[in-house]
Design a protein around this ligand. Structure first.
Ligand code: CMC
Length: 391
C-alpha cells in the first residue's frame, strides 16, 4: 500500500459517484436529479420529490397515486412499539427516541431487503416512509403525554404529520392548508444534500449490508448534532438568547468572531456553500409569507434579519464566505406553526428521509465496497508487556 493521505472531515475526499443530487457551492446551485430546487419547491409535492430522488424520475399521475397509496398501507406500527415508547422518560430528546425507535423497527421487520428485487425494494421504501412519519410524531406525543394515535388514510402525508402531532382525543384537529403547503415545501428543501454527515453515515453503515432501518437509525443520530441538523434547534435558542439579552445583535457577532469563545453563529456557514445557500433564500421568503398569512409577529424573525445583515457586512464573515444556511430561518417558520423547538430536528429527519433512502439504494445497487477509511498510526512504538505486579 502507498502513503496514506489524511483528510480530516473528508474536506477533499470523494466517497462515491452519485446520480442523485448536484451541488455547486461557489454558485449556490442545488438540483435533485437535474431539476432545480427552486422549481421543485415551487411546483412539486414532497412525495413527488421523494419518488424522484429514490427512483430517478418524476412520477406520472398514476405512479404517484400508487406510491401515496402504498405508503399509506404501511403506516401501521406494531403495538409492541408502544411499550418501547412507554419505557422512555418524557424528558428524553425526541431525536434520541426517534433513532432508538427506528432501530427497534428492525425487530418487527427482520427480513433483510433483497435490493436486486425491484418489488421488495419498492415495498421497503414505502414501508420506511410510512412508518417513519408515525414514529417521528409519536416521539412528540410521548413528550407531551398525549395518547398515541394513528395515520388517517383519508388525508395526505404532510397533513397527517400535523394531525399525528396535535390531534387530541377531545376532537378532530383542523389542519390549516397554508401550514401544510409551507411544511411540504420545507420537507422538499431538506430532502437531499449529497454526501453530508448523516447521508454519509447511512451509506457507510449500509455498506456493511446492515439493513435499511438500521442504516437510517444511524443517520438520525448523525443528524442530531448541532453542527448538522441540530443547528435548527440551536439557531432558535440562540435567537431567543439574543432577544433575552436586549437584542444586541452586534455583541453576538463579536462573540462569534472571538477565537477564545466557543460560540458560533448557529445557522451560518457551510462545508460546501461558499455563497448563499439557495435553500436559505427560499426559506427566508417562506418565513415572511408564512408569518404573514398566519398573522404571527415574531420578534425573533426581526432579530434573525438584523443578525444576518450585520454578519453579512462583517469582514470576518465575508473573508470566510459564511452565509446563512438552511437552518437559519426554518425554525422561525416551525415556531409560527406551533411546533416546539425540540421537534425541529425531527422535522429535518422527516424531510431528509427520502434522500437517505435514495443514497442507500444507490450505494447498494452500485455494489459499493464496505466503507473502511485508513489511518496513520501515531501511538506508542513496540513495548514489552509488564505483569500487573511489576507496574
Ligand atoms: N460562526 C463563526 N465562525 C464560523 C462559523 C460560524 N457559524 N462557521 C465557520 N466559522 C469559521 C471557523 O471558525 C473557521 O475560521 P478560521 O478559518 O479562522 O479557523 C472558518 O470559518 C471555516 O470554518 P470550519 O469550521 O473550518 O468549516 P467546516 O466546513 O468544517 O464547518 C460548519 C462547516 C457548518 C460545521 C460550520 O460553518 C458551523 O459550525 N456552522 C454553525 C452550525 C450550523 O449552522 N450547522 C448547519 C450546517 S447546514 C445544514 C446541516 O448540515 O444541517
Amino acid at each position: 500500500t502507498g502513503a496514506i493521505t489524511i483528510d480530516p472531515g473528508y474536506k477533499n475526499t470523494g466517497s462515491c459517484k452519485s446520480e442523485i443530487t448536484f451541488l455547486n457551492g461557489e454558485e449556490g446551485v442545488l438540483r435533485y436529479r437535474g431539476y432545480t430546487i427552486e422549481d421543485l419547491a415551487e411546483k412539486a409535492t414532497f412525495l413527488e420529490v421523494s419518488y424522484l430522488l429514490i427512483f430517478g424520475e418524476l412520477p406520472t399521475a398514476s405512479q404517484l397515486e400508487k406510491f401515496e397509496n402504498d405508503i399509506r398501507k404501511y403506516t401501521m406500527v406494531s403495538e409492541e412499539m408502544k411499550s418501547i415508547i412507554d419505557g422512555f422518560p418524557r424528558t428524553a430528546h425526541p431525536m434520541g427516541v426517534l433513532s432508538s425507535l427506528t432501530s427497534a423497527l428492525t425487530a418487527f421487520n427482520p427480513k433483510s431487503v433483497n435490493v436486486e428485487n425491484e418489488k421488495e425494494l419498492y415495498e421497503a421504501v414505502c414501508k420506511t416512509i410510512g412508518k417513519f412519519l408515525v414514529i417521528a410524531t409519536w416521539t412528540f406525543r410521548k413528550r407531551m403525554g398525549y395518547p398515541l394515535n394513528y395515520y388517517d388514510n383519508t388525508k395526505g402525508y404532510v397533513e397527517n404529520f400535523m394531525r399525528l402531532m396535535f390531534e387530541l382525543p377531545t376532537g378532530p384537529y383542523k389542519v390549516d392548508p397554508k401550514v401544510v403547503a409551507a411544511l411540504d415545501k420545507l420537507f422538499i428543501l431538506h430532502a437531499d444534500h449529497e454526501q453530508n454527515c448523516s447521508t454519509s453515515t447511512v451509506r457507510i453503515v449500509g455498506s456493511s449490508h446492515a439493513g435499511l432501518f438500521a442504516s437510517i437509525s444511524a443517520g438520525v443520530s448523525a443528524l442530531w448534532g448541532p453542527l448538522h441538523g441540530g443547528a435548527n434547534q440551536a439557531v432558535l435558542e440562540m435567537l431567543q438568547q439574543i432577544h433575552d439579552n436586549g437584542g444586541d445583535v452586534a455583541k453576538f457577532v463579536l462573540k462569534a468572531k472571538d477565537k477564545n469563545d466557543p460560540f458560533r453563529l448557529m445557522g451560518f456557514g457551510h462545508r460546501v456553500y461558499k455563497n448563499f445557500d439557495p435553500r436559505a433564500k427560499i426559506i427566508k421568503k417562506a418565513a415572511d409569507d408564512v408569518l404573514g398569512t398566519l398573522g404571527v409577529e415574531d420578534p425573533l424573525l426581526d432579530i434573525a434579519k438584523q443578525l444576518e445583515k450585520v454578519a453579512l457586512e462583517d469582514e470576518y464573515f465575508k473573508a470566510r464566505n459564511l452565509y446563512p444556511n438552511v437552518d437559519f430561518y426554518s425554525g422561525i417558520i416551525y415556531r409560527a406553526m406551533g411546533i416546539p423547538v425540540e421537534m425541529f430536528t425531527v422535522l429535518f429527519a422527516i424531510g431528509r428521509l427520502p434522500g437517505w433512502i435514495a443514497q442507500w439504494k444507490e450505494m447498494r445497487l452500485n455494489k459499493e465496497p464496505i466503507g473502511r477509511p485508513r489511518q496513520v498510526y501515531t501511538g506508542s512504538p513496540l513495548r514489552a508487556f509488564k505483569e500487573v505486579k511489576d507496574r
